[in-house]
Design a binder for this molecule. Structure first.
Ligand code: SAM
Length: 232
């Protein structure tokens, strides 16, 4: 369970109402049961549920199980996809080790609002499920050009279908972290928009093979390649 509090052996720390609901109603846990709690600052601790009601829970912390570690700096910049697709991408990107997820508005995005709180909750749940110690940062959605202007110059591979672009595996083999993966919306990037992105010295257009993938498939496939070849 992710607890954004100072964690230390011997401390008694409250969880959130959502955690109380999840533990009691979904997982059918009770006071006295063992759990593990974590955050990226303090690491992971064994804990016992000492109080559990409908909207309130408290944990008594035992020994530290894992020390904090620096998470690899793998970033995803993804067009603001329709809600279910973006939810799924955030969950899978968390499992694949993304540290930052930057939603972007492109010329062909059909969504004009991204619910960052909802995505952060999905990322937290996925981090708990896959036992990573950190939760990816969900950045506020920005227009693509603004996100590129704010980029710090780390290599950014852009998923570009039908452009005869270099295979992603070849490009990723020469990279190390930090690096990022940029994926377009359901309708793809507009040509001028892609040209504007690839004019930037840190951007390289790459392909995931000759088939047209759904944007969400492209998002997780590319992250998996980067994670395997450039991450840890
Ligand atoms: N409407 C576009 C078309 O028919 O050409 C397809 C867009 S695709 C569904 C959505 C996004 O996924 C693209 O903008 C691109 O970023 C990525 N993508 C899909 N297939 C890809 C491939 N084979 N290689 C690289 N990127 C791909």
């Amino acid at each position: 369970l992710f607890l954004d509090e100072f964690l230390a052996e011997g401390a008694e720390i409250p969880g959130t109402p959502a955690q109380a609901h999840h533990l009691g109603t979904v997982l059918r846990r009770a006071a006295g049961d063992a759990v593990a709690v974590f955050n990226p600052r303090d690491g992971e601790f064994a804990a016992q549920i000492v109080a559990l009601r409908k909207d309130r829970c408290v944990f008594a912390l035992g020994a530290r199980l894992r020390a904090p570690r620096d998470e690899p700096d793998l970033r995803l910049m993804v067009a603001a996809l329709k809600r279910d697709a973006l939810d799924w991408v955030v969950e899978k990107a968390t499992e694949l080790g993304a540290g930052v997820i930057q939603p972007v508005f492109t010329r062909r995005t059909v969504v004009d609002r991204v619910n960052g709180e909802r995505l952060a909750a999905i990322a937290r749940g996925a981090a708990e499920q896959c036992e990573r110690l950190s939760v990816p940062e969900i950045r506020p959605a920005l227009p693509l050009h603004a996100a590129l202007d704010a980029w710090d110059g780390a290599p950014l591979l852009v998923a570009a279908e039908r452009r005869g672009a270099m295979p992603v595996g070849r490009a990723a083999a020469g990279l190390s972290l930090p690096c990022g993966w940029l994926v377009g919306p359901e309708g793809g990037f507009d040509g001028a928009e892609l040209d504007d992105a690839t004019r930037r010295p840190f951007v390289t257009a790459v392909a995931l093979g000759p088939r047209i993938l759904r944007a969400e498939t492209a998002a997780v496939a590319g992250l998996a390649v980067l994670q395997a070849l450039a991450g840890d």
